[in-house]
Design a protein around this ligand. Structure first.
Ligand code: FAD
Ligand code: AMP
Length: 477
C-alpha cells in the first residue's frame, strides 16, 4: 500500500492550495478529487472554479456590460442602436474561462509535483484513505497527514425542491439558457443578490424573498441599508420578512407561497432559484471508524489551526466553521501545509474580506459598527461618499460610500465597510493596512494617487478625526 506524507481530499481552492504548498515544502502529496464536469471530464478546482466564484463573475461581467450600454452609455454622449445579447455566447465565454482555470489548476498541481487521483476519497481509522473510481474500483493508501477539503453543497429546502427545470439551485442558475420573464429567488444573501443581478440586468423582473427582517444581516447596518436602496433603484424587488412556505408547478410556472407576518401571499414565476445558503459536504467522506467529530451544523470540528480531534487529520475551507469563502479556505490550506512541515503558521481570522459582486460591490473587512458597539470598545467613524469623488463622478459611478471605524483611544482601524465602485479592491487596501496594525491616522498620512477611487478611502480615514478635506466634517478636530 502506498504511503504519503500528505493526502488531500478535495481540490477546491482550499484543497489544491494546501496540496501545492505541501509539495513545495518537500512533502510527498496526493490530492483526490471526484468532480466530473458537464463534458464528462475529471476536473480540479471545486465549487469555486466550476460552479461558484468564477462562472458567476463571468456572467456578472457580461451582464454588466449590457446594462452599461443600454442604461448608462447615453450620459457619455454615446448613442448605440440595436443592442442585442446572446445568452449562449455568454455561457460559451464563461465555459472557456472555467476550462482555462480548471486546466490551469491541474497544471499547477503537476508542476509542483502533486500526485492527482480522480475518485471518491473516504477517510478511515489510522489515516487510511480509500479512493473509489467511477467504475467502483477501490484503491487504498495511507498518510502521515490527511487534509479534508471536501467543501460544501447548496442547502435544499423541502418547500422548494430543485427539479433542475423550473426550480434551480445556484449551479442551475448559472446555466439558464434564456432570460426568464419573471424570476423568483429564495434568499437575498450574497449568492441570491449576485444571480439576481445577472438576470435582472438582462431583463428579468427579479423578486427576492428573504425570510429575515434585516437585509444582509451580517453586514454593517448602514452599508446594508444603502446597498438595499441602490439595488431597489436598479429594479431588484427585495421583500424582507418573506418566508417561503410552499411551491407548486402550474402550467410550466412556479407558484410560490410565502408568509409575511400574518399574511400569506402568492407569486408566480417562470423560474425560481433557491439560494438559502450552503452546507458542509461530509456525505460518505468519513468512515464510521474515522473518529472525526462533526459539530451540530455538520461542519468538521477543528481548532484555530484547523486540526480535527484526530491527530494528523486536518480540515479546511467550507467544510469547517467560519465564512464560506474561497480565500479563507486557501489561506487555511497554506497554514495547515506549513504547520505539517513544522512551520509556525497561523491565520488572522479577524481580517478576512467579504465581498458581494453586485454593481456597485459591497465589501467589508473587520468588525461592523454593531459588533464593535456590542463589544463595548469606544470607537470613531469616518465616512466619505463616492458622490464627492472626482474619479467616481468622471466614471458616472458615484453611488455609495466608504466607512472606516477606528478605536477611539488607540485609533487602530477595527473595520472598513464599503458599498460603491470597486469596493472589493478598495477594501483590500484597508485589509493590508489593518494587517500591519495601521491607525486611521496612518492611512490618512499615506499619499493616494489622484484621481482614484481609493481617494475615498483616504478621505474616510481622515474623516475619522474630523480632518477630511473634500467634504464638510461633522466632527470638529
Ligand atoms: P469546494 O470548492 O466546494 O471544493 C471541494 C472539492 O472537494 C470539490 O471539488 C468536490 O468535488 C471535492 N470532494 C468532495 N467530497 C469529495 C470526496 N469524498 N472525494 C473526493 N473529492 C471530494 N467565494 C468567494 O470567496 N468569492 C466569491 O465570489 C464566491 N462566489 C460564489 C458564487 C457561487 C455561485 C457559489 C456557489 C459560491 C461562491 N463562493 C465564493 C464560495 C466559494 O466557491 C467556496 O467558499 C469555495 O469554493 C470553498 O472552497 P473549498 O475548497 O472548501 O470547497
Ligand atoms: P446566504 O447564507 O448569504 O447564502 O443567504 C441565504 C439567505 O436565505 C438567508 O438570508 C436566509 O435567511 C434566507 N432563507 C432561508 N430559508 C428561507 C425561506 N424559506 N424563505 C426565504 N428566505 C430564506
Amino acid at each position: 500500500m502506498k504511503n504519503y506524507d500528505v493526502v488531500v481530499i478535495g481540490s477546491g481552492p482550499a484543497g489544491y492550495v494546501a496540496a501545492i504548498r505541501a509539495s513545495q515544502l518537500g512533502l510527498k502529496t496526493l490530492c483526490i478529487e471526484k468532480w466530473v464536469n458537464q463534458d464528462g471530464k475529471h476536473v480540479n478546482g471545486g465549487t469555486c472554479l466550476n460552479v461558484g466564484c468564477i462562472p458567476s463573475k463571468s456572467l456578472l461581467d457580461s451582464s454588466q456590460k449590457y446594462w452599461e450600454v443600454t442604461k448608462d452609455i447615453g450620459i457619455h454622449g454615446i448613442s448605440v442602436k440595436n443592442v442585442n445579447f446572446d445568452v449562449s455566447k455568454m455561457h460559451e465565454r464563461k465555459k472557456k474561462i472555467v476550462n482555462q482555470l480548471t486546466g490551469g489548476v491541474s497544471s499547477l498541481l503537476k508542476a509542483n509535483g502533486v500526485e492527482c487521483a480522480f475518485g471518491h476519497g473516504k477517510l478511515h481509522s489510522s489515516r487510511r484513505v480509500t479512493i473509489t473510481d467511477e467504475n467502483g474500483a477501490e484503491t487504498e493508501v495511507t498518510a502521515n497527514n490527511v487534509i479534508l477539503a471536501a467543501g460544501s453543497k447548496p442547502i435544499e429546502i423541502p418547500v422548494a425542491e430543485v427539479d433542475n427545470d423550473l426550480i434551480l439551485d445556484s449551479t442551475g442558475a448559472l446555466e439558464i439558457d434564456s432570460v426568464p420573464k419573471r424570476l423568483g429567488i429564495i434568499g437575498a444573501g450574497v449568492i441570491g443578490l449576485e444571480l439576481g443581478s445577472v438576470w435582472g440586468r438582462l431583463g428579468s423582473e427579479v423578486v427576492l424573498l428573504e425570510a429575515l427582517e434585516d437585509f444582509l444581516a451580517i453586514m454593517d447596518k448602514q452599508i446594508a441599508e444603502e446597498a438595499k436602496r441602490i439595488f431597489m433603484k436598479q429594479g431588484l424587488d427585495i421583500r424582507l420578512g418573506a418566508r417561503v412556505i410552499g411551491t407548486e408547478i402550474k402550467d410550466k410556472q412556479v407558484v410560490v407561497t410565502y408568509r409575511n407576518g400574518e399574511v400569506i401571499q402568492k407569486e408566480v414565476f417562470d423560474k425560481l432559484i433557491v439560494c438559502v445558503g450552503r452546507r458542509p459536504h461530509t456525505e460518505n467522506l468519513l468512515a464510521q471508524d474515522s473518529g472525526i467529530e462533526v459539530d451540530e451544523r455538520g461542519s468538521v470540528f477543528v481548532n484555530e489551526y484547523c486540526a480535527t480531534n484526530v491527530p494528523g487529520v486536518y480540515a479546511i475551507g467550507d467544510l469547517v466553521r467560519g465564512p464560506m469563502l474561497a480565500h479563507k479556505g486557501s489561506e487555511e490550506g497554506i497554514m495547515v501545509a506549513e504547520r505539517i512541515a513544522g512551520h509556525k503558521a497561523q491565520l488572522n481570522y479577524d481580517i478576512v474580506p467579504n465581498v458581494i459582486y453586485t454593481h456597485p460591490e459591497v465589501a467589508s473587512v473587520g468588525r461592523t459598527e454593531e459588533q464593535i458597539k456590542a463589544s463595548g470598545d469606544p470607537y470613531n467613524i469616518g465616512t466619505f461618499p463616492f458622490a464627492a469623488s472626482g474619479r467616481a463622478l468622471a466614471s458616472n459611478d458615484s453611488d455609495g460610500f466608504v466607512k472606516i471605524i477606528a478605536h477611539a483611544e488607540t485609533d487602530r482601524i477595527l473595520g472598513c465597510h464599503i458599498v460603491g465602485p470597486s469596493a472589493a479592491d478598495l477594501t483590500q487596501q484597508v485589509a493590508i493596512a489593518m494587517e500591519f496594525g495601521s491607525s486611521a491616522e496612518d492611512l490618512g498620512m499615506t499619499v493616494f494617487g489622484h484621481p482614484t477611487l481609493s481617494e475615498a478611502v483616504h478621505e474616510a480615514a481622515l474623516s475619522v478625526s474630523g480632518s477630511a478635506i473634500h467634504m464638510p466634517n461633522k466632527k470638529k478636530r
